[in-house]
Every structure is written in C-alpha cells, then in structure tokens.
Design a protein around this ligand. Structure first.
Ligand code: ATP
Length: 405
C-alpha cells in the first residue's frame, strides 16, 4: 500500500478538501482573501469533532478545569498590559517592525476607541481569572480552557491552514504553585501527546524542540515547540510554555492560598494548540492511497470518533422502492437519530459511492440489497480494508457504537 510521503501531498489534500466540501478558499468568488478559509459541511463536522475530543478530555472528564468563552474584542488595556501593543511584532521584508494585531474601531465619533481582534485566546482567560476564582473557588492546581478564534495580520500567510490570518486556538492556562512547575510541565506534555495520539495523528511525525533562551517569549522560562513533519517542512504544531507568574502579575491579579494562608500569584503552564494546524496535521496523517480494481483510490483513515460521517446508508438500487423504503425507515432514520453523523447516498453505482465516502473518510458504508428484505442483514463495508461483512439489522447500532469509543 502506498501512503502519504509524496511531494504532491499538499496539492492533493487542498484539492480533496475543496472537492469534497471540507475547506474552501475564503471569499473565493471575489478573488479570495489571503490567509482566510471557509469551512464546508464536512470540514465543520471534522473541526467540531476534533474540538469536542479536546474539550471532553481536558474539561468534561476532569474536575479541575473551567471553561470560558471570552469576547474576541477586549478593552485595549488588556493588550497594553500583556505586552502585545508594544511587542507583538514581525519584521516586514524591508526590515520594518510590524504589529500583527488587527486594529479595529469600537464605537462611533468621539466615543470611538481603537481596539484589536484578539491575537490569542490566552488573555481572555487571564482577565477572567478573578471571576472564575470567585465563582468556583477552585484550589490549586486548577486550570481554565478556551477554544476560539484568534486573528493575526500575518505578513506572509501560506501553506493552506498552517499560517492564516484568522484561525482557532485551543488553550489551557493551568495555575500552579511555583515549586511544582517542572512536575506539571511534564504532566501537560504527556497529556497533549496522549490527546494527539487519541485523535489519530501520526506520532512518528511529531518532534519536540526545546526553544533556546534567546528565542523564547520574554515571559517564558521554558518552552517546547511540538513540531510536525508537514510536506513543506518540520514546523510548529503547538507550544507548551511555562509562563511563570508573568500574566497574573501583569494584570495585578492574585489568589488567596488558603493552605499557606498567603496571597500569591500562581504560576502558569500553558499548552497552546492551533485547531487548524491540528486539522492539517491530521489530514496529512490520515491521507492514504491504494489500488482497488486497477484504480488508484484516495481515502482518509479518520478514527471513527473524529470522522465527519460515521456511516453512509445506501439502497443498492435507487429505483427499487422496497429497497429505498427499507433502507430509509429501518436503517437510515434510526441511525441518523442516534448518531447524527450519518449520510444517505443513492447516487451513481455502488463503486462510485464507496470512492466518495472513502474520500470523506467514512469508516462504514451500509448497503441494503435484496437479501436484506428476506433475512434482515445488511452489508457493512470497511473503508480501510474494503472488506465486507453481513451484519444483522438489529445489531447495527451496537456495531457502530462499539467503534466510536
Ligand atoms: P509561529 O511561530 O508558527 O508563527 P507562534 O509561535 O507565533 O507560531 P503561538 O503564538 O505559540 O504561535 O500560538 C499558539 C498556536 O497557535 C501555534 O502553535 C499554532 O498552532 C497556532 N497558530 C499561531 N499562529 C497561527 C496562524 N497564523 N495560523 C494558524 N495557526 C496559528
């Protein structure tokens, strides 16, 4: 079997994403807008599944992490305090320093103030530190988590989803006592690696880069960039930083440590993951090609819990009402209401339907044929092996649930 690793991989992925309704160039009918992309039906589903798996693992499955969804436009004082107004700079090709925050005007006339679209989700968490402590009274260590859009006026957006001007981040700020930082740094490294493995990233392509002193952000005492072997080079997928007490100090925030009977500014460990880079790494990890009946097929080997469509239901022939009726009422409708991510496809011949579902990455195609009408079994075809097995209609829900774990 031939899998990725070929130099046309990016072109193939970009073209598949557009053809199959995952990701479209932003504002395309007006000539596009560099660094922006629009997500189609299957892309949204994929992105939601990925974000949900992160939220489930780091928020729902724990008791010590509090979710937040802060405003994208914040008081400009936040960005002055955080250092972004003075220092979030990239050099332009003629050597000038350019602040990559998008400026915007809030309000009209004399009342108007200049603010910025947030360039990271992190500050939305720090400025809600006090609110979170007051509302939930958490004991150290505890964390805050946020998934949301971030904007950077990148000088040279490129490489599809890798470097955009509008993208999404999933960040955790984990508040600890300073003496525990090394322990929790290691802990979060392990957690992030295990999440990446859970979603199906090719872990052989993930590498750690210890960021040297001179290149670290001013607030960080240790940063590891987790890099991924993209077809255009080994580049940052996400970062793990020990931010010390810089952020809480800068916003003049403190925490009453009841155990020690003192006011402290907790220190912070921050795993900062880009949703779009995670999606791109995943597409690269799962893209595969092989040959079926003399034809090259391409398919996406998504894990069932991440795949945009979990199962596709097809009557063998669309002009046989008895097959259509059975497929619709006994298979499609119950599966759709149970799993949501279920698709109906009766277009073209069965081979074409399989190719289409392979490209979307649907793990199971269920076909209702004439035998179904007499023995209440259906064919379930596995995306990766293309093997088919007969399953009792009564067992279908259980069969699929078993694969989503
Ligand atoms: P780079 O050095 O590649 O510009 P960065 O170190 O500035 O990235 P961070 O500020 O650490 O990135 O942001 C955290 C995460 O947000 C990154 O690891 C990445 O996954 C994501 N990210 C940052 N900038 C972009 C972008 N322009 N497009 C897509 N994702 C991004």
């Amino acid at each position: 079997m031939k899998t990725n690793g070929n130099d046309k991989l990016m072109e193939k992925i970009v073209s598949l994403c557009k053809r199959r309704g995952f990701v479209f160039p932003g504002s395309e009918i007006y000539g596009g807008l560099a660094g922006t992309y629009d997500w189609g039906h299957f892309g949204v589903a994929l992105k939601n599944n990925l974000k949900q798996s992160w939220w489930k693992k780091f928020v729902d499955a724990r008791q010590d992490i509090y979710g937040i969804d802060a405003a994208i436009i914040m008081n400009p004082k936040v960005w002055e305090a955080s250092g972004h107004v003075a220092g979030f700079l990239d050099p332009t090709p003629d050597g000038k320093q350019f602040n990559v925050m998008f400026k915007t005007q809030v309000g009209a006339g004399e009342e108007a103030v200049v603010s910025y679209l947030r360039p990271e989700t992190a500050q939305g968490m720090f400025v809600n530190f006090k609110n979170t402590v007051d509302a939930f009274h958490p004991k150290l260590p505890f964390g805050m988590a946020q998934i949301g859009k971030a904007f950077r006026n990148e000088i040279a957006p490129r490489d599809f989803l890798f470097r955009q001007r509008e993208f999404e981040q999933m960040e955790i700020e984990y508040f600890i006592r300073s003496e525990d930082w090394e322990k929790y740094f290691e802990y979060w490294k392990g957690e992030m690696l295990s999440w990446m493995e859970d979603i199906g990233l090719d872990m052989g392509k993930v590498h750690e880069l210890e960021v040297p002193d001179a290149e670290r952000a001013h607030y960080s005492k240790r940063t590891i960039d987790f890099e991924f072997d993209f077809p255009f080079g080994r580049k940052e997928l996400f970062g793990l930083a020990y931010r010390t007490d810089f952020d809480l100090n800068t916003h003049k925030l403190e925490y009453i440590d009841e155990e020690k009977g003192e006011k402290i500014a907790p220190h912070v460990i921050e795993p900062s993951m880009g949703v779009d880079r995670a999606i791109l790494s995943l597409l690269i990890s799962v893209y595969a090609e092989d040959e079926k009946s003399g034809e090259v097929r391409s398919y996406l080997k998504f894990k069932p819990n991440i795949a945009p469509v979990i199962a596709c239901v097809s009557p063998l022939l669309k002009n046989k009402p008895e097959l259509v009726e059975y497929a619709n009422t006994k298979i499609f409708a119950p599966l759709k209401s149970e799993f949501g991510r279920v698709m109906w496809d009766d277009n073209g011949n069965i081979g074409k339907r399989y190719r289409r579902q392979d490209e979307i990455g649907t793990p199971f195609c269920i076909v209702i044929d004439f035998d179904t009408l007499s023995d209440d079994t259906v064919t379930v075809r596995d995306r990766d092996t293309a093997d088919q097995e007969r399953i009792k209609v009564a067992d279908i829900k259980k069969y699929i649930s078993g694969k989503i774990q």
